[in-house]
Design a protein around this ligand. Sequence first.
Ligand code: NAD
Length: 362
Amino acid sequence: MELKITCIPGDGIGPEIVSEAKKVLDAVAKKYGHTMNYTDILMGGASIDAYGVPLTDEAIQTARDADAVLMGSIGGNTTTSPWYKLPPNLRPEAGLLALRKALNLFANLRPAVLYEELAEACPLKEEISSAGFDMLIMRELTGGLYFGERKTIEENGVMKAIDTLTYDENEIRRIAIKGFDIAMKRRKKVTSVDKANVLDSSRLWRKVVEEVAKDYPEVTLEHMLVDNCAMQLVKDPAQFDVILTENMFGDILSDEASMVTGSIGMLASASLNDTKFGLYEPSHGSAPDIAGKDIANPIATVLSAAMMLRYSFDLDREADAIEAAVKKVLQDGYRTVDIMSEGCTQVGCRQMGDLLAERIGL
Ligand code: NAD
């Protein structure tokens, strides 16, 4: 199969980690007989330096022409970098927002996995962490409170701010379908999270999710209120497979779930539209403090590449091979500095990429 991939190395550690992800993808291509066809584009600070804007129309078109986009991370030190003296619409993050909008990426996926070998980093009590967990938060990304009408007014001498939380049934249906489709590739359980005891938008959410569930008889659906979900994530995270939720709840719960793993350099993410197209990137930022030192952990980006193979190309066997390589490297005791622990062998970003590539298909 020929895979047309647009790469965005980005800023900070971005180029280093994307290069290692490509190394692993190339090993997959060699082993399973695929052709990786990469085209790089600039975004964020790198694009500002080259073209004066964080994303050009040509770059958007190149991304559109691909089957998927693999990204490192963008942005610099927000206090010292000259990029942050520019108006907000010309700063690095504006490039990412523009790309998400241009590609209509409405579904955000953030897996949170606790690897047995990294259980020490988990801040939960051992009796909870010992069960392990492997969940995926599916968050609606383009609707809800963050995109509703808002205004600040003065009424009778009192300032008043208004934000509105709006969802229509089509927006809910398309994210629910994504959630159930992805549950079918996993352990076939969806926990739909809402606040249906209070919010009308949540009551509509629940109704539409139930309608969609009828098309997926193999998937178990449960509903959970968001406050309870926040508690269950730290009390019994092993119960979750796919958590399906709206924009703001997903924003908060996905950060909580990632913190529970304790390892920022290990967390992948994906943003999808209603075709197979997706943007795949690590959950962490561009880590300008460690850029260029060959010490960044490339695993989050490598795992994002695995998600790309699974969700944009339906190459489940190949994605499994990457995930197995990550487990094997950890079992073999290799660690980058951010996940280092006693008795393990510390390696740099490039060596971690080599070790992962060597283990593809072993
Ligand atoms: P960050 O995630 O870049 O870094 C937080 C801490 O984690 C730092 O100490 C960093 O060294 C460490 N870290 C992050 N990734 C690592 C990795 N792969 N290996 C080892 N250590 C790692 O967050 P920040 O410092 O708040 O943000 C830095 C820049 O990244 C900012 O400009 C921010 O806007 C941007 N950012 C971009 C994205 C994105 O591109 N989607 C996401 C978040 C932050």
